[in-house]
Design a protein around this ligand. Structure first.
Ligand SMILES: [Zn+2]
Length: 583
C-alpha cells in the first residue's frame, strides 16, 4: 500500500489501544508502584526488569534497554516496520486505516472491490442459467436455491474467457481483476478466467464487501478448491468465511462454531445453526481469533473428526491463546465432517452433542494420555513433555492450575510436582513483586528526572526555575527533547510519541527509561511537588559532581582529601533520601 497512514488513523488507534492491553498479550504484568512490571520478552531473565507505564503509554526494560510505546513494542516483538505494526494494531482494534498522499489509495482498493463485485454478480447470473452442472451439484449437496442466492454463489460456466470478456466489455480494470486473482495472464499474454468450470463462493469482509473467492471443482478433481491469491484486499490470515452473515447470531448466542469447509458452513447455516464461521482453506491464525473475540470469547472449533482435523485443532492452540481465547473443541464422531454429520443424524442431535464440547487443552491432555503407555516411566516423561509444551500457552493462572491438576491425576503425581516441573521447563520463575536488588541499584540521573517530570507535567515547562534546571542538562539528546517540551508543552503526548517513533531506537530507549525511572522514584508525586523534585535533581547533580571528584582524587592518591569528599557524599546521599521521603 502506498501513501502515508493518516494522522486521524493514528489518533483513533491511540484512543482504542492501550499499551497495557497490547503488552499483556505477550507479557504477564503485575502492578509495581505506579507502573506495571513483568519478564522482558526481548531478553532472557528470571527477575522482571521490564516496566510499563500505563499513564504515559511507554515500556522500558532496565535489563536490555528495549523501550518505546505500544507501536514500537509490536515492531520489536513481531520484527515488523512501523507501518506494518500500525496496520496490525488497527486491525486488532477495529480501526480503519486511512492512507493519504501516494495517489488515491482508496480509489485503488475500490477498483479491486468493484471488480470482485462484478465477477461475483456475473458468475451468480451464470449459475441460474438453464441446464448447467453446478445447479445439479448444489441440489446433490442439499444447498437450497435461496441459500445460493443469499450467498451469491456462482458458477464459472462461461468458458475459459467468459468473465475476461465481460470485464473488457464493461470497461473495468483488467489489471485489478488480475491482481484480485479473478483473471490470470498466460505466458503468451492471453488473459483468462481463473475460476472457470468451478462452483464459486464469494468471501466477504465483515463489512460485506467481496475480498476474494473460493472455487470448488464439481467432479472432485484436484485441486478440489482453489482460492483467490493474496492481494491487498484478500488476506487469508485475516478472513473468516461467513462472519459478515453470522456476526449478529454469534452475539445473540454468545458463542461461535468454527468449521473448516465452506460446505460445512453452508449446511450448518441452512440447518439453523447460524453462529458459525469457516476458515478459508488455511489454519486458524491469531488474527482470526482476534476477529472472533470482538464478537465473543467462546470459540468452539468444530473440525473434521479425522486425524487431519484433530491436528488442525491442536495447532490452533497457540494462536488462540495468543489472542486471549481459550478455545473449546468438538469433533463429529466416526471421522465425519460437520456437513455429513448433520445430514446423518439431524440438526437437533448435533445441537445436543455440541453441548459436550470441551476445552482444547483438556482434549490434548486426554488424547495424549491415550497415545502413551502411562505405566512406563520413559513414556510418562514423554507425555509430560508433550502436554507441558501446550500448557505453556495457558496464561490464566486459575485455568492453568486446573489443567495442572488434570495432568497430575493422569500421572498419579501431585499438582505441586507438575508445577515445579513446568516452572523449570519454562525457566521463568517469577519473583514476588516488590523492590529487588537490581532495582535498588538503579539511579535516576538528573536529566532523566527532569524529562520525566516535564512529560508528566507539561504545563510546568514555562516556569523559570524549570528552564534553569533544563539548561544544565548535559545529555544532548535529552537536552533537545527537554527544550522542545519547554517551547511547546506536550499535553497531548505528541512530542513523546513522535520522538519515540521517528528518532530511532536509542532515543526511544532513553525516553522510556526517563518515564519509568521517574515513576519508580516518585510514585506518588503531584504537580505541586515540583520544588521538591527540583531540589532532588539539584542534589543528584551535586552527587554526580562529587563522584567525579572522588574518582579524580583516587587517581591522585590524596587520601585525606578523598575521605573528606566521601563524608560530604554520605551527607548528600542522606539529604537525597530525605527529599524522596518528603515527596
Ligand atoms: Zn529486556
Amino acid at each position: 500500500m502506498n501513501g502515508r497512514i493518516s494522522r486521524k488513523t493514528l489518533e483513533e488507534l491511540r484512543l482504542r489501544a492501550s499499551i497495557v492491553d497490547v503488552v499483556s498479550e505477550y507479557v504477564e504484568l503485575r502492578r509495581a508502584g505506579s507502573s506495571l512490571r513483568g519478564l522482558c520478552p526481548f531478553h532472557r531473565e528470571k527477575t522482571p526488569s521490564f516496566f510499563v507505564s500505563s499513564e504515559k503509554g511507554v515500556f522500558h526494560c532496565f535489563g536490555c534497554g528495549a523501550g518505546g510505546d505500544f507501536i514500537s513494542f509490536v515492531m520489536q516483538y513481531k520484527k515488523v516496520d512501523y507501518r506494518e505494526a500500525v496496520e496490525e494494531l488497527c486491525e486488532r482494534t477495529g480501526v480503519e486505516v486511512i492512507y493519504e498522499g501516494g495517489g488515491g489509495e482508496a480509489d485503488v482498493l475500490k477498483r479491486l472491490f468493484d471488480v470482485n463485485r462484478f465477477g461475483a454478480d456475473y458468475y451468480h447470473k451464470v449459475l441460474f442459467q438453464k441446464g448447467n452442472p453446478a445447479r445439479t451439484y448444489l441440489k446433490k449437496r442439499g444447498i437450497e436455491e435461496d441459500t445460493a442466492r443469499s450467498l451469491t454463489i456462482g458458477y464459472g460456466g462461461g468458458g475459459r474467457r467468459g468473465l475476461a470478456r465481460e470485464i473488457k466489455v464493461e470497461g473495468l480494470d483488467v489489471e485489478a481483476a488480475i491482481e484480485c486473482g479473478l483473471l490470470f495472464q498466460r505466458r503468451n499474454g492471453e488473459v483468462v478466467d481463473r475460476f472457470s468450470g468451478r462452483l464459486i463462493f464469494p468471501i466477504f469482509t465483515t463489512a460485506g464487501k467481496i475480498a476474494g473467492f473460493a472455487g470448488r471443482s464439481l467432479d472432485d478433481s484436484e485441486p478440489k478448491y482453489i482460492n483467490s491469491s493474496e492481494s491487498r484486499i484478500y488476506k487469508k490470515k485475516n478472513l473468516l468465511y461467513g462472519l459478515n452473515f453470522s456476526g449478529k447470531f454469534v452475539r445473540e448466542e454468545g458463542r461461535v462454531y468454527v468449521v473448516e469447509g465452506y460446505m460445512d458452513w453452508i449446511i450448518m447455516w441452512q440447518a439453523g445453526i447460524k453462529n458459525v464461521v469457516a476458515t478459508c482453506g488455511t489454519a486458524m491464525t491469531s488474527n482470526h481469533f482476534r476477529a472472533l473475540k470482538k464478537v465473543t470469547d467462546k470459540v468452539i472449533l468444530l473440525f473434521d473428526g479425522d486425524m487431519a482435523g484433530r491436528k488442525a485443532a491442536v495447532r490452533s492452540m497457540e494462536p488462540a491463546y495468543e489472542a486471549g481465547i481459550s478455545p473449546l473443541v468438538f469433533f463429529p464422531p466416526k471421522k465425519r465432517d460437520p456437513d455429513d454429520w448433520i445430514r446423518e443424524v439431524g440438526v437437533e442431535s448435533v445441537k445436543d452433542a455440541l453441548g459436550g464440547a470441551k476445552l482444547l487443552m483438556e482434549y490434548i491432555i486426554d488424547a495424549a494420555a491415550k497415545k502413551f503407555d502411562l505405566n512406563s516411566i520413559s513414556q510418562r516423561l514423554d507425555y509430560l513433555k508433550l502436554v507441558g509444551k501446550y500448557l505453556k500457552n495457558v496464561r490464566d493462572p486459575v485455568e492453568k492450575e486446573m489443567f495442572v491438576q488434570e495432568i497430575a491425576a493422569k500421572l498419579n503425581l501431585t499438582a505441586d510436582d507438575i508445577r515445579k516441573w513446568t516452572a523449570k521447563q519454562e525457566g521463568d520463575v517469577i519473583a514476588a513483586p516488590g523492590i529487588d536488588s537490581a532495582e535498588k541499584a538503579l539511579k535516576i540521573k538528573p536529566e532523566e528526572a527532569m524529562v520525566g517530570f516535564l512529560l508528566k507535567h507539561p504545563r510546568c515547562a514555562a516556569r523559570e526555575d524549570v528552564k534553569m534546571a533544563i539548561s544544565a542538562i548535559e545529555d544532548t539528546e535529552l537536552a533537545e527533547i527537554a527544550s522542545k517540551l519547554t517551547n511547546e508543552p506536550d499535553e497531548s503526548g505528541t512530542i513523546l510519541e513522535s520522538s519515540i517513533n521517528r528518532e530511532g531506537e536509542k532515543l526511544a530507549s532513553k525516553l522510556s527509561k526517563a518515564v519509568l525511572l521517574y515513576e519508580q522514584f516518585f510514585p506518588e508525586e503531584k504537580e505541586g511537588d515540583l520544588e521538591k523534585i527540583l531540589g532532588f535533581i539539584a542534589l543528584r547533580r551535586k552527587e554526580d559532581e562529587l563522584a567525579r571528584i572522588i574518582s579524580a582524587f583516587k587517581e591522585e592518591g590524596d587520601r585525606a582529601k578523598r575521605e573528606e569528599m566521601l563524608r560530604l557524599q554520605m551527607k548528600l546521599k542522606k539529604d537525597i533520601e530525605e527529599t524522596r521521603k518528603n515527596l
